[in-house]
Design a protein around this ligand. Structure first.
Ligand code: SF4
Length: 87
């Protein structure tokens, strides 16, 4: 079973599948993944958001690795990506 569930413009990590092994942390090209132990205080609200989205029936588990989107670097420092999240 995959930890990652894919939505229209976001990947959510299922907390019921994640064993916090941290293998995905260095693989994110924009440093958007944190071990739960290292999660900055101002990012803690993403734990509940990931849990909610990963349980949506239309957010299916990611079965194959995908490379970064061509414009991923443009979004790395966007100040309010959460407002753009499509549920
Ligand atoms: S920390 Fe490990 S178990 Fe959790 S999402 Fe990343 S690779 Fe999967």
């Amino acid at each position: 079973m995959s930890c990652f569930h894919e939505g229209p413009n976001f990947l959510a990590i299922d907390p019921d599948q994640c064993i916090d092994c941290s293998m995905c942390v260095p693989l994110c090209p924009v440093g958007a993944i944190y071990s739960e132990h290292d999660l900055p205080e101002d990012q803690r609200h993403f734990v509940a958001i990931n849990a909610e989205l990963a349980r949506r029936p239309d957010w299916l588990p990611l079965r194959k690795a995908k490379g970064p989107l061509p414009d991923h670097a443009d979004w790395a420092d966007h100040p309010d990506r959460l407002s753009l999240l499509i549920r």
